[in-house]
Design a protein around this ligand. Structure first.
Ligand SMILES: Cc1cc2nc3c(=O)[nH]c(=O)nc-3n(C[C@H](O)[C@H](O)[C@H](O)COP(=O)(O)OP(=O)(O)OC[C@H]3O[C@@H](n4cnc5c(N)ncnc54)[C@H](O)[C@@H]3O)c2cc1C
Length: 461
């Protein structure tokens, strides 16, 4: 068995590993990086990049159907799923190649292909090779959960990964799970032309969000003809001929939903059970996430865990931020921490939801007096001009410190406009700074100062 000694080993080429590899190699360290499947990991191949590329195709179809609202004639609109997939494959493939080529041409870095496994705290095997290093960085990500639903063994189903391989239009796509992934695929396929039913076990969609956000998202999707079934207490699957039936005990609607295809979008689980972590003394929590401290050190000295597998984030930007934290601590004498960061993410339905900090419900639970501002997108000039007035923006502020606690912008441009609020939060500045800022007209962002000028006490605080 070939063995090789390195200064550092990185397992996985997701959103943290490659960046750290470049940083360590630039310092002259001898690096090994190991990838068992596709360079770039989830975001590049089966997550953000392919889905957002397809969301753009779906938006084009939607806008084309609405063209006459803008005085434009298009004729009948049809979607060629083969070309939609080809476009997605090209964007995703270019990104994958950039990661792969970047690592393979990196000086001081050796790329290994295969499944990595710890043999001890400083030893990793990949195929026939045994690699040793004083520092090891784990960036192995998560994969789709396949829940043990009754009948799951008997029906064909998609996960977010296999769904991205298809180049045809499902006649009726039944999606189990009404959170981020399910909603993005649901609206996208509805706009491509499928009938879509989303089955959610909870009482509302995307339950991490405030009730008004959930309700507005439901309205947006239902207006486009997406069927939504909530409170699905028990879901089971069965195949009858060409039809896949989902049986859902919901409060309303028939219990059997016959579809042509099923997509499971019920969460993700970490790729940690086959890593040999026990041989390295790396502890995991009961759900398999690697336990890390605020600077991403695991329970084993000399081993760090970054990205989705440490359970601290779940987004591309949190994984990338993890690599910045580790790099800063190791190379820059800069003690950056996970707890320095402010929650921020987006949901890429159309219009998108941009979110930062606390929800209104979480702000209530702090027990401190708070103020809230809210403005419907029907009162945002840019949204009116664009003919996209669904949704609203809202912001919650600490009444005493005047610091922004959190915000949601569900509306056109919400994924971008939210950043002016996020940056003020990072600056630890009072909301009056943004309230007095002169924003560009006409933009969605220009109404943020106006909304801040209309704050009212948040009931219940
Ligand atoms: C459908 C979907 C849409 C998403 N959309 C967004 C979005 O819009 N915005 C956003 O911020 N996030 C989004 N995400 C989440 C985002 O993709 C992940 O948070 C992000 O990819 C971070 O992943 P990571 O760096 O932890 O690891 P990953 O990107 O998952 O990479 C891990 C890598 O490790 C490799 N690996 C695993 N085990 C081993 C092993 N033992 N040996 C060798 N290699 C191994 C894997 O093959 C993989 O390449 C989405 C996810 C999905 C599923």
């Amino acid at each position: 068995m070939a063995s090789a000694a390195y200064d550092a080993i990185i397992i996985g080429t997701g959103q943290a590993g490659p960046f750290l590899a470049h940083r360590l190699a630039a310092k002259g360290m001898k690096i090994a990086i190991i990838e068992r499947k596709l360079f770039g990991g989830t975001c590049v191949n089966t997550g953000c990049i392919p889905t957002k590329t397809m969301v753009a195709s779906a938006y084009a179809a939607h806008l084309a159907r609405r063209a006459s609202d803008y005085g434009v004639d298009t004729g009948a609109v049809s979607v060629d799923m083969k070309r939609v997939k080809a476009r997605k494959d090209e964007v995703s493939g270019n990104s994958r190649a950039a990661v792969e080529n970047g690592l393979k041409s990196l000086q001081n870095c050796t790329v290994y292909r295969g499944h990595a496994r710890f043999e001890s705290a400083h030893e990793v095997s990949v195929g026939a090779a045994r690699l040793t290093a004083g520092q090891i960085f784990i960036n192995v990500g998560c994969r789709a959960t396949v829940p043990p639903l009754p009948g799951i063994e008997e029906v064909p189903y998609f996960t977010n990964t296999s769904m991205l391989d298809i180049d045809f239009l499902p006649r009726h796509l039944v999606i189990v799970g009404g959170s981020y992934i399910g909603l993005e695929f649901g609206q996208m396929y509805r706009r491509f032309g499928s009938e879509v039913t989303i089955i959610e076990m909870g009482p509302r969609l995307i339950q991490r969000e405030d009730e008004d956000v959930s309700a507005a998202i439901r309205e947006i999707l239902e207006r486009e003809g997406v069927n939504i079934r909530l409170n699905a207490k028990c879901v089971s699957l069965a195949q009858r001929g060409n039809e896949t039936f989902a049986h859902a005990d919901c409060e309303d609607g028939p219990p059997d939903i016959g579809g042509s295809h099923v997509l499971l979008a019920v969460g993700r689980r970490p790729n940690t059970e086959d890593l040999g972590l026990e041989k390295a003394g790396v502890a995991t929590d009961p759900r398999g996430y690697i336990v890390v401290d605020d600077q991403l050190r695991t329970s084993a000295p000399g081993i760090w865990a970054m990205g989705d597998c440490n359970g601290k984030g779940g987004f591309t930007h949190t994984s990338f931020n993890d690599s910045e934290i580790v790099g800063a601590n190791l190379l820059d004498n800069d003690p950056r921490r996970v707890s320095d960061r402010i929650t921020a993410y987006a949901l890429y339905i159309d219009p998108p939801l941009g979110r930062v900090g606390l929800t209104e419900a979480e702000a209530r639970k702090t027990g401190s007096a708070a103020l809230m501002g809210k403005r419907p997108m029907t009162k945002v000039g840019r949204a009116i001009e664009k003919g996209e007035t669904q949704g609203f923006m809202k912001i919650v502020v600490d009444a005493e410190t005047r610091h922004i606690l959190g915000a949601a912008i569900l509306g056109v441009g919400g994924d971008e406009a939210i950043h002016s609020i996020l940056d003020i939060m990072y600056a630890k500045a009072p909301y009056s700074v943004i309230q007095r800022a002169m924003h560009v007209h006409p933009t969605v962002s220009e109404l943020i100062p106006t909304m801040l000028g209309e704050l009212q006490p948040l009931p219940g605080t």
